[in-house]
Structure formats: C-alpha cells, structure tokens
Ligand binder design. Structure first.
Ligand code: SF4
Ligand code: SF4
Length: 370
C-alpha cells in the first residue's frame, strides 16, 4: 500500500535561478561590449572614442587572481594590476563557503551556457533514443579527477614554487598587465586550434551534461573543495521520504540524493532542483547542518547574488576595484602585445620586471626585490 504523505506546496525557485543567471550573462555581455570598445581605443587612439576599461573583465583571469591572493597572503598587499580579479575570486570563494558551489549554478556564465547546451542535448537524446544517457560511474570518476589535476598543477606552480619576489615579478610583468587584452584577442582573433578545441567541448557538452564544468574546470574544482567546508547542505528526511527518486533524477550532477541523508559532495551546486521536485513536504531541504536550521529557498535565491555583489561593492567603495594602469600605458603596451609572452624563467621575469618598472609604477614598488 502506498505511503500517505503531505504534498509539497512550496514554490519552485528555478525561475529566480534562471533570472539570476540571465542577469549575470547580461552583465558579462555589457562588460564584453565595453571591453571591445576599449580595445578599439587602444588599437587606434587617434580615431576611436575613449571608453573606460571595465574592471569586471578581470573575472576571466582566474590564474592571475589566484596569484594576487597568494601575494596578498604573503605581503598583506592587494596587487594593483588586476584588483577586481582579486575581489571577484574572494567573492566567489565566500559564496562557496556560505552557500556551497552555488556560483556554478547561479552566477557563472559558462555554467549557464553549459546548462542550456545540456538541456538542448537532453531533448535531442530523448528524441533519438527515447532516454537520456549518462556516463557510467567507472568513467565518470576518473574524468572528474582531471579538473583536480589541473587545479593541483596551478596550485603547485603558484603556492609551492613561486617566492614573493617571483610572484611580484609576474604580477608586474607587461604580460600580466595586459593579460585581459590578450585574453580578449584569444577569443576575438581565435586560432584554428582553439576553435577546434572549443567546438569539441561544445559537441561533448551536448551529450555529456556540463562536460567542461564537471571534468575540466579548475575553478569549479577549487570551489568544490571550499563548498565541502560550507555548513549548508541538502538534507533528506528518510522517514518522510517515499523513495520516488525524483530528486536523483532531477540532479544535474548525478548525485544519488535519494540514497543519502546529507548531500556531502563537491559536485553539488546548490541548484535546488532536487528540493523543488520533491513531492513530500519538508523532506528535502537545504539546512545549516551545525545549527539544524532550514535555509529558506528565497534566502538562497537572493543570498548568493547579494553576498557576491556586496563584496564587489565594498571593493568599489573603498577605491580598490580599479587598477592604476593609465590609458597611455595601455596604448604603449598594446604596441607590442603580440610579442608579450608568458614569463617562463626567473631571468626572463627579471627582464620583464625592469621594463614593467619603467612603464608602471605602483605605490608598493619600494618594498620589493632588494
Ligand atoms: S544535490 Fe540537489 S542542489 Fe545539489 S546539485 Fe543535485 S539537484 Fe542541485
Ligand atoms: S524526491 Fe527524493 S527525497 Fe523527495 S520523496 Fe522522492 S526520493 Fe525522497
């Protein structure tokens, strides 16, 4: 005989999530347009209209931001080449510590695009095969470890091999100063090889949900680790649960929500899809585990973006958001932009640093290198 249960009448928050995702995509498009106009200006300052460089573009420089964070840990100084990147990384980590890996499913534009591509892929699979195939676990586990290997490589290269001086040299190098402009050209003037790689990733993302995010994104790996420290977890009440498995079916991260009491997974992105589909009242909830308190759905819907935007606002109000590279310095650096490579050796870093000192004179230069 089927168990009786109280129907879950709480409203889904997936609409709020979609709105938040779209808002952040629009912000990225806006930043992209401003950055495009800025590059047009530094390409031909005589004829193009001056448009300020949007600091938000530094969100796309996570390695430089990671170096800035390490530099800050070592010196207490926020390096002034890409301070916005530093604050964005801090904001993303803070969001992960409070709300789990929610950045991926609420804010990240790549996460949103991956989700749309996967939804489209699910429709195709349903049409073609009448069901959606998922990777078998024996293949899923080793592939998931790839992003941790990539993260490990970056963490090792930065935290275990770079001294404060080497960090400083890299952060001051012309390569780092114009890393955002170089990143822009990487996509605007994309090479054949990069286009092939992106097309393969796109194709794989159609048939394997969140291919990039799940298997390759080192940023997601970092946030996954921080999210494990978050006290907020999805919890299931096994007494009221009717074992319908709708939650596991709805989970984009393939987590067997219906088999555990608490979801303790680096892949849970606090998307709340499982909670929204659960048909039984108060059975699946996001809870603050140490305080045994339920986190209301709306608190997540607004909390994620409010926390993220608050940290950015603090950076702006305290005048720490914008870098101090003048448009003239950008024009100067832009002239040789295609010959500026990634500094590889200490000697090369030293040489680049000397050039950087001539062109760029941050306040804290006096404390270094001697
Ligand atoms: S467990 Fe729930 S909240 Fe976490 S990813 Fe899966 S569906 Fe989203
Ligand atoms: S959706 Fe999951 S938690 Fe809710 S009743 Fe079904 S199996 Fe249980």
């Amino acid at each position: 005989m089927p168990r009786k249960y109280i129907k879950n009448t709480e409203k889904s928050i997936q609409l709020y999530r979609s709105i938040t995702q779209i808002l952040f995509i629009l912000i990225c498009i806006w930043i992209g347009i401003e950055f495009y106009l800025f590059t047009k200006f530094i390409e031909s300052p005589g004829s193009a209209v001056f448009v300020e460089r949007p600091p938000g573009a530094e969100a796309f420089l996570p390695i430089s931001a990671l170096m800035s964070v390490y530099y800050f840990i070592q010196t207490g100084i926020i390096h002034d080449a890409h301070p916005a990147g530093f604050f964005i990384l801090i904001a993303v980590i803070a969001v992960s510590l409070v709300f789990g890996k929610s950045f991926c499913s609420w804010i990240c534009p790549i996460g949103t695009l991956s989700e749309y591509i996967a939804d489209f892929g699910d429709k195709i699979q349903k049409k073609l095969f009448k069901k959606v195939y998922r990777l078998p676990r024996w293949l899923d586990y080793p592939l998931r470890s790839l992003k941790y290997l990539l993260l490990g490589f970056f963490v090792y290269s930065i935290f275990f091999t770079m001294s404060t001086i080497a960090l400083r040299m890299f952060l001051d190098s012309p390569y780092n100063l114009v890393a955002d402009v170089k990143m822009w050209y990487f996509f605007a003037d994309i090479s054949k090889t990069s286009l092939i790689v992106i097309s393969v990733l796109f194709f794989l993302s159609i048939f394997i949900r969140n291919f990039w995010c799940r298997f390759l994104c080192p940023y997601g790996a970092l946030l996954g680790i921080f999210s494990l420290l978050s006290p907020q977890k999805i919890t299931r009440d096994p007494i009221s649960c009717i074992d319908c498995a709708l939650c596991a079916k709805a989970c984009p991260s393939n987590i067997k929500v219906d088999k555990v009491k608490t979801v303790f997974s680096d892949e849970c992105s606090t998307c709340m899809s499982c909670v929204d589909v659960c048909p039984v009242e108060d059975t699946l909830q996001l809870k603050s585990v140490p305080f045994k308190r339920v986190i209301p759905k709306k608190l997540i819907a607004f909390g994620v973006s409010i926390l993220f935007l608050t940290i950015i606002t603090v950076a702006k109000i305290s005048n720490s958001w914008e870098n101090n590279i003048s448009p003239i310095e950008y024009i100067d650096l832009h002239q040789n932009i295609h010959s500026l490579g990634h500094p590889r050796s200490t000697t090369e870093l030293d040489e680049l640093n000397k050039k950087a000192k001539q062109m760029h004179t941050p306040k804290e230069l006096e404390i270094t290198n001697d």
